[in-house]
Design a binder for this molecule. Structure first.
Ligand code: HEM
Ligand code: HEM
Length: 172
């Protein structure tokens, strides 16, 4: 069916959606972990976040060589106008949030623990840097949750109310 996203784009979409939910939930739980385990969980959060960023780079490359199909003719005018800017905004947030996370992590004096090896930039803890980046990282993450939540609701609205086949294009 030519009006569907290609299987690669569908895989990227759903794998990344699951990872973004996972990294977001881990982020929201940061302050709830027992003190002794906080560093462990922040490291897991950082590694999953890094994976999201690496997958995003691969997804950009894939998308540049695999154009998405045009919206079905049944899709309304509002969807036509909103789809592109909303998708672009989500891509932008997925690009910037991890970068601010890395700055926050490194300038907090933390090192990445990949299990088999560690990566330590040896940067001393500096609140003047990580304070603001941590705040903006959090605000942008909340923005992403809101936009992605509305995006998912829009997909369900297309599927069950408008019945115009938009969700089927991205369904595995
Ligand atoms: C799409 C990817 C990511 C999302 C959605 C995300 C989301 C979040 C959220 C919701 C918080 C809590 C904010 C708050 O409490 O107000 C947080 C905190 C944080 N994130 Fe991320 N994050 C992502 C990627 C990363 C990456 C790649 C790193 C580091 C390499 C990172 C490092 C941190 C750090 C250091 C904190 C602060 C933890 C603390 O309380 O000390 N994040 N993140
Ligand atoms: C964290 C969660 C999610 C993120 C970050 C996300 C992000 C994206 C992005 C960036 C695109 C544009 C793809 C492209 O053209 O390159 C997209 C498309 C799409 N997403 Fe999501 N998504 C998420 C969750 C969901 C969920 C839960 C649903 C369904 C309930 C969904 C349904 C769709 C559909 C149907 C499309 C294709 C739209 C079209 O045909 O124009 N997404 N998503």
């Amino acid at each position: 069916m030519s009006d569907r996203y290609d299987p690669g784009a569908i895989r990227f979409h759903w794998i990344m959606a699951v990872l973004v939910i996972l990294v977001g939930v881990l982020g929201l739980l940061h302050d709830s972990w027992p003190k002794g385990t906080q560093s462990f969980w922040i490291n897991i959060h950082a590694l999953v976040g890094l994976l999201v960023w690496v997958l995003l780079m691969a997804r950009f490359w894939w998308r540049s060589t695999h154009r998405p199909p045009p919206l079905p003719p049944e899709a309304g005018e509002l969807s036509r106008r909103l789809a592109r800017p909303v998708h672009l905004l989500m891509y932008l947030l997925l690009l910037v949030i991890p970068i601010l996370g890395i700055v926050t992590f490194v300038w907090h004096g933390r090192s990445f623990d990949f299990g088999l090896f560690r990566v330590d930039f040896g940067v001393p803890k500096n609140r003047a840097v990580f304070g603001p980046t941590e705040d903006v990282h959090g605000y942008l993450a909340y923005t992403l949750f809101t936009v992605a939540g509305l995006h998912a609701l829009a997909a369900l609205w297309h599927q069950f109310i408008r019945r115009d086949g938009v969700l089927s294009r991205m369904w595995p």
